[in-house]
Design a protein. Structure first.
Length: 641
């Protein structure tokens, strides 16, 4: 009933604009006529694309930063043929269950050739590993690598050097089929070492955050578990059919699945130390991110909750964790999905941005209302106390001294139906920008991906139309989603009401995850998306073709610390400007990647010095060998200086 009411509101809104939906042409299947059905049948999201584009273009006089460049989807040129496939719970048997969160993607140089490769995940079918050939071109090495997991329902992946041997290992999470650890053997080959690792948890897992909580030089793992949202019934493709009331899972104590902190024992073996260190998190958790806000040298953990209050776990000298979320973040989003720590205003204090998806499912929001917080129609019993919640995205501006101010509306970070977010300096000006993967797909209206350009640390400005991220290539908004035999086996289906014959069902395109890195190695940052039930977008920037840019990439090699240097703080001095980045390995929602840090330098041609505070506590200053527009590898001293 709720869905029908929303569709009616959408139809009325479209009619009020005086436009009619554009229908796909009739299709043919054999000798029979196949009718086309778009869901929703009237899409105000599509109908208002042009008016929203024009409105955003009129806002360019507010920009104090570079914005005269474009992204172009070069999927065809890349050679990548991967297509994400979802369960029937996201298609013809759609229900509000956590399968609709889609999949992550992860990025790393798996074969040591200096180029970043991409691991795509899917729910039905094979995951695929694509090796970079340079210049934005890729080849499929899945069979050689042995990482397809075609017999499982995958969620996401994390790359990290778990055995400190110099190459990234791979941890994959699944739904109720056992998580999998692959050891990297070199040369793009992996082997399954799950059985002896202790990481083969079977449940409803989501993201896996790699960090060294006890500073012993080995990457540990925080596994985010959502909670039980499936039955024991198996559907087409082998997936476990979702429960009918998955969106109320937080109300059922018996569906709780606590997240797990695994300590790395060495030799790719791990033990569950959650209870031992006091980190028992029972929220409906999709992801987490690391931060050292108190600068004590021990990495803390911010843990999202999709349906309730988030939690912030303070690391006490690597021995225990204490929950201080209510103290430091007294109001958190009610439905947090994506999260990222970064320095928004270059004041050397790390800020925190969160995307809130589930609050946006309370009520239909029109295209011109997407920058406002959600109007909540959930009842109090469902929210379980909401006086301390933000119903929308949150941005915690760090004002120093462990004081955080929620400033999402002031800074312009609200959007609609957000999932994953990624952070990177898209215009290489020294100010970090944000990409928010957004949408709901079938059977909802079209939703925009958001690009927020950082206007010199003052606020974020909407730029997805300005930069060519929206509309998508060739104006695409819909794709073939499913098939219904309304005069046959599907005649009782809700979408066949008042219909006869066969229907090809079309659903809206939409994104769940992303990673920002230099795909074609031309010096500027590109965006790769993880789409829901569709092919990825390979969004290539032409920034370096439009103007001279200045940048620096930093790759860390830990010796006392973990080999990846996860948990380090890197500060770059360039002329009068200072840039700081935490090396957290988070490339976006659900994903952990092994990539160099990218610093846009603005008008400064070359950095003067680089300071690294390693997880081991060692500090290091580099002044020699810093390239102009290139990569520097910084190796930690093997012993304390």
């Amino acid at each position: 009933m709720r869905r029908i009411c929303r569709e009616l509101k959408t139809v009325l809104a479209v009619l009020s604009l005086g436009v009619l939906p554009a229908w796909p042409a009739l299709a043919q299947e054999g000798a029979e006529t196949v009718h086309d059905l778009r869901m929703p049948e009237a899409d105000i999201g599509v109908q208002t694309l042009e008016s929203r584009r024009k409105a955003q273009l009129r806002s360019v006089d507010r920009f104090e930063v570079v914005h005269d460049f474009q992204f172009e989807d070069r999927l065809a040129e890349s050679g990548i043929t991967f297509v994400n496939e979802v369960t029937l719970d996201g298609k013809r048997d759609y229900k509000g269950v956590h399968y609709d969160h889609g999949n992550g993607l992860a990025v790393a140089d798996v074969d040591g050739d200096g180029l970043l490769d991409i691991y795509f995940l899917t729910q039905i079918g094979r995951n695929e590993l694509w090796r970079s050939l340079g210049g934005g071109r890729y080849e499929n090495i899945t069979d050689k690598a042995g990482v397809d997991l075609g017999d499982r329902i995958s969620v996401t992946a994390s790359f990290g050097d778990l055995d400190n041997d110099g190459d990234p290992d791979l941890y994959v999470t699944t739904v109720k089929m056992g998580n999998v650890l692959y050891e990297n053997l070199g040369g793009g080959r992996f082997r399954d070492v799950t059985a002896a690792s202790g990481l083969g948890y079977v449940g409803h897992s989501s993201g896996a955050t790699l960090f060294d909580y006890d500073n012993d030089g080995l990457l540990d793992c925080f596994l985010s578990n959502v909670g039980t949202y499936t039955t024991d019934e198996r559907g087409a493709g082998g997936y476990y059919v979702g429960v009918s009331d998955g969106f109320q899972g937080h109300l059922h104590a018996d569906r709780t699945e606590a997240s797990i902190l695994y300590r790395n024992l060495g030799g790719l073996r791990f033990e569950d130390v959650s209870k031992k260190v006091g980190l028992v998190d029972t929220g409906w958790t999709g992801d987490a991110t690391i931060a050292d806000f108190n600068r004590d040298g021990f990495t803390d953990l911010y843990v999202s909750n999709m349906q309730g209050d988030d939690h912030f776990w303070v690391n006490v000298e690597g021995r225990s964790f204490v929950e201080k979320g209510a103290e430091l973040f007294p109001s958190t989003p009610w439905g947090t999905m994506g999260l990222k720590t970064f320095d928004f205003d270059n004041d050397q204090d790390m800020d925190l941005i969160l995307s809130d998806m589930h609050s946006d499912m309370s009520a239909e929001v029109g295209p011109f209302e997407e920058k406002f917080k959600s109007e909540i129609f959930y009842e109090d019993w469902y929210l379980q106390g909401a006086d301390n919640n933000v119903f929308g995205n949150a941005f915690y501006r760090n004002e120093g001294g462990l004081k955080f101010v929620e400033a999402s509306d002031e800074l312009g970070t609200e959007n609609y139906w957000p999932w994953g977010l990624s952070v990177g300096d898209l215009n290489a000006d020294g100010w970090e920008d944000v990409f928010i993967a957004s949408s709901m797909n079938f059977p909802w209206r079209y939703g925009l991906n958001s690009v927020l350009l950082n206007n010199r640390g003052k606020r974020f400005l909407d730029a997805e139309f300005i930069l060519g991220v929206e509309p998508r290539k060739d104006g695409a908004t819909y794709k073939k989603w499913d098939f219904l035999h309304c005069s046959g086996v599907d005649q009782e289906h809700e979408f066949c009401a008042d219909k006869e014959g066969d229907y090809q069902v079309f659903g809206t395109l939409g994104t769940r995850s992303s990673a920002i890195f230099d795909v074609d190695r031309d010096g500027d940052l590109d965006i790769v998306t993880g789409e829901y039930h569709s092919a990825p977008q390979i969004l290539i920037s032409n920034l370096s073709d439009k103007r001279p840019i200045h940048f620096l990439e930093v790759r860390l090699i830990g010796r006392q610390s973990n080999r990846d240097g996860i948990g380090a703080m890197v500060t770059v001095h360039a002329g009068e400007r200072v840039f700081s980045k935490p090396h957290d390995g988070k490339s976006g929602y659900l994903s952990q990647s092994s990539m160099p840090l990218y610093f846009g330098l603005g008008e400064v041609e070359r950095a003067d010095r680089i300071e690294v505070r390693w997880p081991s506590g060692a500090t290091q200053t580099v002044t020699e060998g810093i390239p102009a527009n290139g990569l520097i590898e910084i190796e930690e001293p093997a012993s304390p200086s």
